[in-house]
Design a protein around this ligand. Structure first.
Ligand SMILES: Cc1cc2nc3c(=O)[nH]c(=O)nc-3n(C[C@H](O)[C@H](O)[C@H](O)COP(=O)(O)OP(=O)(O)OC[C@H]3O[C@@H](n4cnc5c(N)ncnc54)[C@H](O)[C@@H]3O)c2cc1C
Length: 486
């Protein structure tokens, strides 16, 4: 479809995916963003109080992919970019009552240094040998077709052995995906490591070849901390600045929920909207219809499925099949003297085998400056996820006391927290289960048959902020407006 034929596009959802779509679209068409919350940014939200800076969800993003950094630059925020403090670019694993550094050079599931594997105290001699022998494990080539998939657990056990999976890979992955590794798709979640096996024969060889092509950061462990950045004044600065940019560019905003989508006879769209409950109560207003030539649904796959039920049932069914997991972040501020642990890392992850409820703790004030007042520390504790859905349902008092008990054991935390903030993210994280890529291919096929409709967001091709921005740009491009990867 030619850009000139789309006069007005409605973007449903004012998270980063929707805002990225609007930014691309507004150069070619008039744009309306529909968002019920009265604020922009969706999950990305920052709270500042009394010298503390608390991120309610994302605390940083990957700089290695260009879309996040490029958007920061376009919004004039380059001077705000801050990398992870070089002194703490490593992760700890809680094992048998101690916090132990992830072996130097070990990146999620790719080992990088023989010496660090041999010397770690978290693995048995047999498990170390098994990791060292990974280079001799035959590669499993995508046999019959493009989408040959396997679970992350199967891949990691096959290549590195069971103990390395349980003590190293599982906790590192849980900290990122809050997923069940026995269901998580390698092809959708970690294609980079599959490619290493396919192209280099082993993870050892793949990592060595990657390191030859990169400079520095070869000691960094766990989650590639050297490649993550944040904004000095908090992550929410990005959607706030983007919102101002869109206002100046003439994008309209409606504070409402989209409730229904319908094709008109002339090929355009009717988007039914309802004001949020509070507004309906105060003004007594009912639903309205917003007309458009094109629609971008930048909401969860579940919400998109509901909106599309009467438009295209197979598409709605494919979307409804994408599962979500919830989690909670308990942000706790302490006097530095109340925490015995040196906090000499970016954070700590906890293997399931340790039988704790904490999945991971990010030492936020050690990673980035300005997150806690001088003399204090800010810890972000993750609980819940696909394997412990009940944890994030505990009430505030139960959650705080459970977390405090475990932190006392694991990090020697004493005394009362000076700051407590609990953020529950119910059904927020899409789960890329085995078969996810086939599902996405089916979704794309259906979309090709529906003129003027696009999808964007974390549900499809990456949950990280750069990927989500890329999805918004790709949605605009698929409507004939803008280009991918701007
Ligand atoms: C706890 C947590 C920690 C994370 N940490 C990181 C991190 O450190 N780094 C990183 O890169 N990523 C992180 N992520 C992932 C990242 O934050 C998200 O994937 C991304 O922000 C999702 O953006 P989105 O626009 O797709 O969705 P959202 O931000 O969810 O936006 C969707 C918007 O749609 C609106 N909406 C919903 N229904 C309707 C409707 N019917 N009509 C109109 N509007 C509607 C919602 O109100 C919302 O504003 C984290 C996620 C979570 C949950």
């Amino acid at each position: 479809m030619k850009a000139s034929r789309l006069k007005h596009v409605v973007v449903v959802g004012g998270g980063l995916a929707g805002l990225a779509a609007a930014e691309s679209l507004v150069r070619h068409a008039s744009v309306t963003v529909i968002e019920p919350s009265g604020r922009l940014g969706g999950m990305v939200a920052t709270v500042r109080c009394g010298g503390w800076l608390v991120e309610r969800s994302a605390d940083s993003f990957l700089a290695a992919r260009p879309e996040g950094i490029a958007m920061v630059e376009r919004m004039g925020l380059s001077s705000e970019l801050v990398g992870v403090n070089p002194r703490v670019r490593r992760a700890l694993i809680y094992h048998a009552g101690r916090t132990i550094p992830v072996p130097a050079g070990f990146r999620l599931m790719a080992p990088g240094q023989v010496r660090s594997i041999v010397s770690t105290s978290m693995l048995s001699p047999l498990a170390k040998l098994r990791i060292l022998a990974e280079r001799f494990v035959p590669a499993r080539h995508a046999a019959s077709h493009e989408y040959d998939d396997e679970t992350l657990e199967h891949f990691a056990v096959r290549r590195l052995g069971r103990q390395a999976f349980e003590r190293l890979v599982q906790p590192l992955v849980a900290g990122i995906w809050t997923a069940d590794p026995a269901r998580l798709s390698m092809a959708a979640a970690c294609p980079e490591f599959l490619e290493m096996e396919r192209h280099c024969g082993s993870l050892w060889a793949g990592e060595r070849s990657r390191l030859r092509g990169t400079k520095g950061d070869q000691q960094a462990t766990g989650a590639r901390y050297g490649q993550f950045v944040t904004l000095a004044s908090g992550m929410e600065t990005l959607p706030i600045r983007l919102g101002k940019h869109l206002d100046q560019a003439g994008v309209s905003r409606i504070t409402a929920s989209a409730t229904h989508l319908a094709r008109r006879m002339d090929g355009g769209w009717d988007v039914s909207i309802e004001p949020p409950e509070a507004l309906t109560r105060s003004h007594g207003s009912g639903g309205q219809v917003c007309q458009a030539d094109g629609v971008v649904l930048a909401v969860s796959a579940t919400a998109a499925a509901t909106l599309l039920t009467t438009v295209d049932k197979p598409l709605a069914d494919a979307l409804a099949g994408i599962e979500y997991a919830g989690s909670a972040i308990v942000s706790l501020g302490f006097a530095r003297s109340d925490v015995a642990h040196p906090l000499d890392a970016a954070g700590m992850v906890v293997p399931r085998g340790e039988h704790r409820r904490i999945l991971a703790v990010s030492f936020l004030s050690e990673k980035f400056p300005g997150r806690a007042p001088p003399g204090f520390v800010l810890l972000r504790v993750f609980v819940g996820g696909a394997l412990d859905p009940e944890a994030s349902q505990l009430d505030d008092a139960q959650l705080t006391s459970m977390v405090m008990r475990e932190l006392a054991d694991m990090l020697g935390v004493r005394g009362d927290p000076r700051l407590v903030q609990i953020d529950r993210w119910s059904r927020a994280m899409p789960q890329y289960h085995v078969g996810h890529r086939q599902r996405i291919a089916r979704i794309h096929e259906r979309l090709l048959t529906i003129r003027g409709l696009a999808l964007a967001g974390a549900a499809y091709e990456g949950v990280g902020i750069p990927q989500v921005i890329a999805s918004g740009q790709a949605a605009a491009a698929s409507l004939g407006c803008g280009e991918r990867g701007e």
